[in-house]
Design a protein around this ligand. Structure first.
Ligand code: GLA
Length: 376
């Protein structure tokens, strides 16, 4: 009798304490690698109740994999990635990372704040791109698990020194990743500074919903909730003008295949070598999250809906992928992944007509962006 009771107690305690395969929103931590200076990089695995899994490393706050179901319940990884820390250290494609201090381009890397001129690193032709030579994507972040209503979240914090890459002020940025039971990846950013500066971080995952990175993203159908883009010059610096998308290949107001017009002889597409532009998402109101885009891959049935409170969405069709970047999906060929990056408009520090990216001491930068996965 005693033995039977003991067995029952043992079974019950196992049920209670062993994290189920279909996660309990419990985060597991494993050693991922070591930086040349010996600092350890950890990988955190988040799994929700329906079995969707996401892996994140505290180097660059990078999402290294995200496995979501297709319409038959088959899970596949939908983000590009390298297979080791070295790949992320050497890579130049910003796979899965949080990009900052300024996501996107600043003309000639120059801007002025409160009458003072600043020069940040020039690393994209004559312009500044994605935070400079060593942006937030190449830095080690501090990771903590935090308990929220949707289960555990992973909070990553990076403290960027005053003067880093030429930016003024010490900035503290925290990014919280939550994988909800509704198959949403929620990203909440909060940033502060000790001197007036600029802050415009974004998330740079490359998605391919087909289930294989051997397929291009040209058959994915896309909708973007925008009537205009911010027009760019040939260096992809915004001119300050909004370009109406009507009767242009930039019109994604009704669902259309990405490949349908990508090679049109349209000046903006020629400048971008494909899509690499910022769409001015309708109904911008500071702090208000609204639908920005929907991506649908008809064969797998996977849908990704993007919600954000940001003014703009950079849709980049993987034009610079050329097979050089090698990772878990083999070598990533031209246009086998696409980015939908929520952010403020490019070169906004030099465009007073655009929403501001200036952050002052005492203020808090905030962003909420959600990538929601479903099927149809
Ligand atoms: C962004 C830019 C692109 C390119 C990629 C990274 O999305 O807009 O031009 O630099 O990042 O390769």
């Amino acid at each position: 009798m005693r033995q039977i009771l003991f067995c029952i107690v043992l079974i019950c305690s196992c049920i209670q304490f062993t994290p189920s395969k279909k996660g309990n929103n419990v985060i597991e931590k494993t050693l991922y690698g070591k930086l040349p200076d010996g600092r350890a990089v950890y990988q955190y695995t988040l799994m929700n109740k329906s079995g969707t899994t996401m892996k994140v490393i505290n180097f660059g706050a990078i999402v290294t994999s995200l496995a979501v179901p297709d319409r038959n319940g088959k899970y596949d990884d939908v983000v590009t990635g390298y297979d080791s820390l070295q790949g992320y250290m050497d890579g130049s494609s910003y796979f899965g990372a949080i990009v900052g201090r300024y996501g996107n381009r600043i003309g000639k890397g120059q801007f002025a704040l409160e009458g003072k001129k600043y020069q940040v690193t020039v690393n994209d032709g004559e312009n500044h791109l994605h935070g400079g030579k060593i942006g937030f994507n190449k830095e080690l972040w501090t990771a903590n698990t935090v308990q929220g209503s949707a289960g555990q979240s992973l909070q990553l914090t990076y403290i960027s020194k005053d003067g880093e890459e030429g930016y003024p002020g010490k900035v503290t940025l925290s990014v919280t990743y939550t994988l909800t039971d509704k198959n949403e990846l929620r990203i909440v950013y909060k940033g502060t500074t000790d001197k007036t500066t600029i802050l415009n971080p974004t998330h740079h995952s490359y998605f391919n919903l087909s289930g294989s990175f051997n397929n291009t993203i040209l058959d994915h159908l896309l909708t973007i909730e925008a009537d205009s883009i911010t027009q760019v010059d040939k260096g992809l610096i915004t001119t300050g003008k909004y370009l109406d998308v009507t009767n242009t290949p930039m019109d994604f107001r009704t669902q259309i295949a990405i490949g349908a017009r990508i090679n049109d002889k349209f000046e903006q597409l020629i400048f971008g070598k494909g899509y690499d532009h910022n769409w001015a998402i309708r109904n911008y109101l500071k702090g208000k999250v609204r639908k920005a885009a929907e991506l649908y891959e008809p064969k797998s049935g996977r849908v990704m809906t993007v919600y954000t409170d940001q003014p703009g969405l950079q849709f980049y069709s993987g034009n610079f992928l050329d097979g050089t970047a090698k990772g878990k999906g083999g070598s990533y060929q031209h246009r086998t992944g696409l980015c939908l990056e929520a952010q403020c408009f490019p070169d906004s520090p030099n465009k007073p007509e655009f929403p501001t990216v200036t952050l002052k001491p005492g203020e808090t930068y905030e962003q909420t962006t959600i990538y929601q996965f479903s099927t149809k």
